[in-house]
Design a protein around this ligand. Structure first.
Ligand code: X8Z
Ligand code: ZN
Length: 619
């Protein structure tokens, strides 16, 4: 899976191959030379030995990583006692090899005469492990078991009502999307959070072990290691995130203000106090990360809904495979080859009735050649239609870089991987739906404010959530808070960034972060925040290349082979170059920038400002 934490990357200053050798992590306050590295360097390994080491290591890790990937695929498709054990075994072996390679890489880092690729790959070996473990085999085994256990707990999670009937996450999510009864919403919101209560001690131990692993590699903690993978000094990355958040947060605040006011009208101001944070169970989504499901409650009174994509998909008799075929057709229209036959044979599209699977959508490239797959429990609705495009974006990226060497088979930075499919989803516009025959006639621009509001409930509402998850994790990894304080810190950050509050008093043993897939799954989350910024940059560039002229939100680059070629030029670079090079190849700019998102939503910002006139915003 793309999130498996391949041995991916690091490096420093942007785009200057000549600087790479000078950019060893030891320059950074968050990292230091691992013990023994300096002594080892005195025995003067040569550049040639370094290149040889990298070649051998890539070959070894490729074999182990493929095996672990296959094992993980089976576990995620059949969550059982045995698959959990087998996955932990495979993961243990892979992690041991990764950690060993990372410590050896440190011995070669910075030596004279390294070629740029070897220097880059050495840095990647050092920094690109999502969850390092201590070298001690017992601790490594313990960590692998905890990892599989946490994923299993989440995948098998359900909420059982007092009458004995049990609901899986998908069913709970549907209730949160559709019900407008605050009592029922609270029940399922709270019920799902029962799943994560037993995770807390396991998670706390995982943090200890992973930190020990990161420290042995010279990082202050696991958070510092994650931050070191963005082609810039790790210590500068948080400021880069702050910069992006400051650009877009006024738009979020305007959206929050409008939504709070309308929810107050719908549920009463005693349920939704108009001065403070919004109770988190009323936003149509289990984690309040995407608010599109409450569009009907906050929609502009003056405009008719332009169309309802869920209704169209259902009326036209789409099934899961039909939706995926439509996604594939979009990529084909850009000039990408069709997906391989094995994709259709081996993917999981529909939730099986008779066994536990991990339903959280994911994309896989098992052999890193052409064994592409997605795993999803697709329901026929607009949200899953978009998620299909998201997952396919991963698969086409994986295939585009499959000829590169092992350590370069990844996206430019992790935000890029998450942004590609979403970029195509932004292009699911009225014009596109008309072109592919799902709308009979392209609606006029009267309903555009509604379309933009829908989009903002998805994309803009997500931004602070995309940011806060790792703000929480980074503090946890840094030891700023212990297990007793995990949940309070989570809600402090939920309030600070999202302006949300828990709808009831959280029990002392609650571990609400664990109710979000990526926490027990140990998938870094800042990538999604970056992706939500980047996808608007990609989209704008592809629309320009396709020759679109008009308001940005109306553009579809469907059918533009010129756009497809430029996109592919970026994808096939994989992680071989610092990410600003990849960004420049597609967009002409070397900076991540919220400006494209703000331009896209400019008409909505004006509308929100009008709606909010006289309201007291903020929390
Ligand atoms: O986890 C995902 C994808 C798989 S990489 C379905 N996403 C995040 C989430 O669901 O929390 C996509 C958007 C954010
Ligand atoms: Zn993804």
């Amino acid at each position: 899976m793309h999130t498996l934490g391949r041995v991916s990357t690091l490096i420093c200053l942007t785009g200057m191959a000549a600087m790479l050798a000078a950019c060893v992590p030891a320059d950074d306050p968050e990292t230091a030379s691992p013990q023994g590295a300096v002594e080892e360097q005195r025995s003067a390994p040569t550049a040639q030995q370094a290149a040889e080491f990298v070649r051998e290591t890539e070959a070894r890790l490729e074999v182990l990583s493929q095996h672990a990937e296959r094992q993980e695929w089976v576990q995620a498709n059949f969550i059982t006692y045995d698959t959990e054990l087998l996955t932990a075994e495979a993961k243990k072996e892979l992690t041991a090899a990764q950690v060993e390679a990372a410590s050896r890489a440190a011995e070669f880092t910075g030596i004279d005469g390294l070629d740029a690729d070897t220097a880059r790959k050495l840095n990647q070996l050092r920094s690109g492990i999502t969850i390092p473990a201590p070298l001690d085999p017992a601790k490594n085994a313990e960590q692998a078991e905890i990892g599989a256990r946490l994923k299993g707990l989440y995948g098998k999670g359900e909420y059982c009502r007092e009458d004995g009937s049990c609901l899986a996450l998908g069913e709970l999510e549907n209730i949160l999307a559709e019900s407008r009864d605050p009592q029922e919403l609270l029940e399922v919101w709270d019920g799902w959070r029962g799943v994560s209560v037993p995770m807390r001690p396991l998670y706390a131990r995982q943090v200890e072990l992973a930190n020990e692993g990161a420290q042995a590699l010279g990082f202050t903690d696991l958070g510092a290691m994650w931050r070191s993978d963005y082609d810039m000094p790790a210590s500068e990355f948080p400021a880069e995130l702050d910069r992006l958040w400051e650009q877009v947060s006024p738009l979020y605040e305007a959206l929050h203000c409008h939504v709070r006011a309308r929810l107050g009208e719908a549920y009463g101001e005693d349920v939704v106090p108009q001065q403070g944070p919004i109770p988190a169970h009323l936003l149509g989504n289990m984690w309040a990360q995407d608010w599109e499901n409450i569009y009907d409650l906050v929609a502009p009174a003056e405009v008719e809904d332009a169309y309802d994509l869920t209704g169209i998909l259902q009326d036209r008799g789409f099934d899961a495979v039909g939706m995926v075929r439509t996604g594939e057709a979009f990529f084909s229209s850009l000039g990408f080859d069709p997906l391989p036959e094995t994709f259709w044979e081996r993917s999981l599209f529909v939730k099986p009735a008779d066994r536990d699977v991990v339903c959280h959508a994911s994309a896989w490239d098992i052999d890193e050649k052409n064994d592409l797959r997605i795993k999803m429990c697709i329901e026929v609705n607009a949200e899953d239609f978009r998620t299909i495009h998201h997952e396919l974006g991963h698969n086409y990226y994986q295939r585009a870089y499959n000829t590169l060497s092992f350590l370069y088979r990844n996206s430019a930075n992790d935000g890029f991987h998450e942004a590609v499919g979403d970029t195509l989803s932004l292009s699911i516009t009225p014009a596109y739906l008309t072109e592919i025959g799902l709308l009979d006639e392209e609606p006029g621009s009267e309903g555009d404010v509604g379309l933009l509001l829908r989009r903002a409930l998805d994309k803009v509402a997500f931004l602070p959530f995309g940011l806060m998850v790792d703000q929480w994790r980074w503090k946890v990894f840094a030891g700023e808070v212990g297990p007793e304080g995990y949940n309070d810190l989570w809600w402090q950050l939920r309030e600070r960034y999202q302006g949300l509050a828990p709808p009831n008093e959280r029990p002392a043993d609650a571990f609400d972060p664990g109710a979000k897939y990526h926490v027990p799954g140990n998938t870094p989350y800042t990538r999604y925040f970056l992706a939500h910024i980047l996808q608007f940059q990609f989209y704008r560039a592809l629309c320009d290349i396709a020759g679109f002229d008009g308001p940005m939100h109306r553009c579809s680059f469907n059918g533009s082979e010129a756009a497809g070629q430029r996109l592919n030029a970026m994808l096939e670079m994989g992680k071989s170059r610092p990410w600003p090079d990849a960004l420049e190849a597609l967009t002409g700019t070397r900076e991540m920038d919220g400006g494209a998102l703000l331009d896209y939503f400019a008409p909505l910002q004006s509308w929100l400002d009008e709606q909010n006139a006289g309201r007291q915003c903020g929390w």
